[in-house]
Design a binder for this molecule. Structure first.
Ligand SMILES: Nc1ncnc2c1ncn2[C@@H]1O[C@H](COP(=O)(O)OP(=O)(O)O)[C@@H](O)[C@H]1O
Ligand SMILES: [Mg+2]
Length: 460
């Protein structure tokens, strides 16, 4: 079954859009920055290493060519047919990292290492360093330029060496990113602990507690905000106090004149002769009683919103509730109050006894006024401190139910009232850190109205 429910307690939920976490932004930014710096350092190291490696390997290549050339010349001169090309057979099977080709002035091959293929080399005879897409060469001439040697080294070897250096530097980056993330997360979380504490302190502030928030330990950037918030709290407290004392004072000032006028009206009523005049005086007296009730409720509201609602010593709510309900149950009243308390149970609470009496009286008064039948009013208090006041009546729409705890909001215009009863109850509930839920229909019923208040247990 669809149930109308209105819930409000001390906490006000944040319903704004989700904001980005400072901790997350800092951690991601720091880790990404450090990773970027590491990558840049790796890139610099690799390019310097590549440059140095090229220098070293080039000089080794040139040295090899210079050493091989005299040996090749002697070999060619000592041959029977010097112009016939000859392959140098390797002693053992091995992978040749350096290959060479000896050619005469006309470019004819005179000598070559066993894996050298002439098409791998430069077509023209070049002296000094040169490169192709696959090899690095060094060429040199001997015997007045009649014999030319070219030694070649595959570029893939150099690339392989650079790649392993780069990989060696990049592998630790993965571990580094992970460690940087964890360390910065923990460090920033630790640094923001005062901010979290500050947030909890502000969360605890409400219309009953607007004392300045302790700013100790806050970072300098946040202290300015904290000081502004404290100044705002002070202004708010002054404004609320002014409003409450105005309400209480004016209600108090009105009480005596209203009572005087009411007494005079009643006296006048007795002296009147015609029925019509008596009825008119009766109406004036009723309006004055309503006025007195409103001024009484205004004073209750000022007390509920302003004063301290907690007593120094705890007392049993069960016994107090029994006393209040008995005092409200007039034998002549057609609507009975059904009080249900667990046998032998005790619920200790530090809620101010007057405040609790005001709360119960307003709830039972409402149940009396707004009930549409003579069905009894039920009042329950569980051993866990959950109070339920249930009465018969039509279902109140969900949207209306949400607004009923506000001042001067009413939904039943058949009976007299000012719309202050539930506002007083709501202010007391907030002042004692309890929570209140309004239900219509009542739990387990198809109609009716129910108020549930959950009192916080007192730590003894
Ligand atoms: N026990 C109840 N049963 C039905 N309706 C209720 C009950 N208590 C409160 N209400 C509804 O909530 C409205 C606000 O209640 P309240 O603040 O006490 O003002 P008032 O009783 O003066 O109208 C009432 O007008 C009524 O419509
Ligand atoms: Mg009321």
């Amino acid at each position: 079954m669809y149930r109308n429910r209105s819930r409000f307690g001390v906490s006000v939920k944040n319903m704004t859009t989700k904001h980005r976490s400072l901790q997350k932004t800092l951690v991601v930014g720091l880790t990404a920055g450090l990773a970027l710096l590491w990558c840049m350092a790796t890139l610099g190291t690799v390019s310097i290493a590549q440059h140095r490696l090229n220098q070293l390997l080039d000089s080794a290549l040139a040295e090899t060519a210079q050493r091989l050339l005299p040996l090749a010349v002697v070999e060619i001169i000592n041959r029977d047919t010097p112009s016939v090309a000859q392959h140098i057979v390797s002693f053992n099977q091995h992978e040749e990292r350096l290959i060479y080709l000896v050619r005469n002035k006309a470019g004819e091959v005179l000598l070559q290492s066993h894996t050298a293929a002439p098409n791998m080399f430069n077509n023209t005879l070049i002296s000094g360093f040169s490169s192709s897409s696959t090899h690095r060469f060094y060429g040199a001439f001997a015997l007045q330029g009649t014999v030319h040697i070219e030694v070649a080294e595959p570029l893939s070897q150099r690339l392989e060496a650079i790649r392993s250096i780069a990989l060696m530097l990049l592998w630790p980056l993965l571990i580094f990113i992970f460690l940087a993330f964890i360390c910065s997360w923990l460090f920033i979380r630790f640094s923001l602990r005062h901010l979290r504490h500050y947030h909890n302190e502000i969360e605890q502030r409400n219309s009953h507690d607007l004392t300045p928030v302790n700013l100790q330990g806050l970072p300098a950037e946040v202290v300015i905000i904290g000081e502004s918030v404290n100044r705002l709290l002070l202004r708010l407290q002054q404004a609320l106090e002014a409003e409450r004392s105005f309400t209480a004072n004016s209600a108090h000032e009105l009480r005596t004149p209203i009572a005087t006028v009411l007494a005079q009206t009643q006296r006048l009523q007795q002296s009147l002769i015609t029925e019509k005049s008596k009825a008119q005086a009766q109406k004036i007296a009723m309006s004055l009683r309503h006025l007195a009730h409103i001024s009484e409720q205004l004073m209750q509201l000022a007390k509920a919103e302003g004063g301290s609602l907690l007593a120094a010593t705890p007392h049993d709510l069960m016994a107090l509730l029994r006393f209040i309900v008995t005092s409200m149950q007039h034998p002549s009243s057609p609507i009975k109050i059904n009080l249900q308390l667990p046998a032998n149970a005790v619920f200790m609470s530090t809620i101010d006894q007057d405040a609790f009496a005001i709360l119960i009286r307003n709830l039972i008064d409402n149940a009396h006024k707004h009930s549409d039948s003579l069905a009894p009013i039920s009042v329950y208090l569980s051993a866990e401190g959950v109070l339920r006041v249930v009465n018969a009546g039509p279902i109140v729409a969900a949207a209306t139910l949400q607004q009923l705890h506000k001042r001067f909001v009413r939904s039943n215009w058949q009976v007299q009232g000012a719309g202050l009863g539930l506002a007083i109850v709501g202010a007391i509930v907030q002042g004692i850190n309890a929570s209140m839920v309004l239900n219509s229909p009542a739990t387990g019923q198809t109609d009716g109205f129910e108020v549930i208040i959950k009192f916080a247990p007192t730590l003894l």
